[in-house]
Write a protein that binds this ligand. Sequence first.
Ligand SMILES: Cc1cc2nc3c(=O)[nH]c(=O)nc-3n(C[C@H](O)[C@H](O)[C@H](O)COP(=O)(O)OP(=O)(O)OC[C@H]3O[C@@H](n4cnc5c(N)ncnc54)[C@H](O)[C@@H]3O)c2cc1C
Length: 443
Amino acid sequence: MAAARWWPAAVLLVAWAGVPAVLAVWWQDTIPGSLRGSGDALAAAGRLSGLLAAYLLLLLVASMARIPWLENRVGSDVVARWHRALGEYTVLLAAAHAVLVVLGYARQSGTGPLAEAGTVLFHYPDVLLAAAGLGLLVLVGALSARAVRRRLRYETWYHLHLLVYPAAGLAFAHEFSVGADFSTSARNRLLWSGAHIAVALAVLVFRVALPLSRSVRHRLRVVRVVPEGPGVVSIHLAGRRLDELGAQAGQFARWRFLARGQWWQSHPYSLSAAPTPGHWRITVKDLGDSSAALARLRPGTRVWFEGPYGAFTARRRTPSRKVLLIAGGAGVTPIRALYETLPGRGDDVVLLYRASRPADLVLWSELQEIARSRGFALHPLLGPRSDGPDDPLSADRLRRTVPDAARRDVYLCGPDAMAEAVERQLRLVGVPRHRIHRETFAF
Ligand SMILES: Cc1cc2nc3c(=O)[nH]c(=O)nc-3n(C[C@H](O)[C@H](O)[C@H](O)COP(=O)(O)OP(=O)(O)OC[C@H]3O[C@@H](n4cnc5c(N)ncnc54)[C@H](O)[C@@H]3O)c2cc1C
């Protein structure tokens, strides 16, 4: 059984272990018999939700620190999914903390909630800063709601999302000055500060220092831009000592092309050919302003990059099993690199490539060449999209095209809607979930 499969569960277990630790801190500082009335209960619930919100906020920031080990073992898409779920709970718990504490104190002192809110905000140390942090967190949460997110440009959403960092900073001070669990315990203060420093360092090292130093050291440049089909170009990149980075087929990086109008944004693209010590290649479909502009890149353009990242590699595979690769649209890029590099011969590797029409089968002649030289099977699946049994990726057709599909490891990459539909069909065919490895092109 592939060890890679256990990493997500192991990481989740460690993260969940923090929750009983937080509960223990809260319980230890809750004086027996102190919860006499509803005011005490509300304030204690407020303290608990505040502690949990602070812990989740720390995990939220850590999950986006781009720690290479997490990105490569667990997978960037899985970490991004956790991040989204964590974000929702963090905002809810932080808002509940503010409301419960104010209501609890109001009950205890016999004042109205509004007057109490004013007292807490303006007379308790650092609470005004924390309220500003909560405001930022709620704003980011609202912007991330699917209905709002869909209407925003990716770059607008991404840059506003960075407000989570000041939000975490603004909330920190009040945890020590008014948080009963920290103001009275030097040990808790030490542990809590240590955890924050570790996460802040991870962000600085992995999001800033490492990409900068790699970009400077490896001096990546555009060598040439090759049209591959309608709206699709390959960008060949050359650099020094790229082998030190251990890039693998199936991985991606975030690329920042230092050309006019492009240097301020970075976008993820997968390696579309097996990486070599001096040469990488990506293949990009024009889906918006930035991807379209890449067709106009000039040879010599410097490239900064973050990565390589991703767990969609041969490491995921169960060693003794044959492999079925399924690609759709731009999803062919990591699949093309895997097709070239996966071990085996003959029908050990089968590739199904779904497209509407022949012109959309980009990199097709390269795939044919690999199929010829390694003896691997290659099937173009053409035709308009359909959800019915006639779709070439329906369970029935899959069984006919690849009779032993249920016994294979499956690597799947394509547009989200297609990938979800195909995953359902694969399950009907009998492929267990843990043997379906999916790369998603949307975070
Ligand atoms: C891990 C990964 C690997 C990818 N590999 C490839 C590849 O090999 N070839 C390829 O053609 N495409 C790939 N993509 C998709 C590619 O990143 C987007 O198509 C590209 O960023 C679109 O940018 P745009 O400004 O041209 O389009 P926009 O119009 O801004 O966006 C088009 C779509 O791409 C999403 N998007 C935009 N910017 C980003 C970003 N920085 N990160 C994540 N999503 C973004 C938007 O939310 C929108 O859904 C990959 C995406 C991911 C997450």
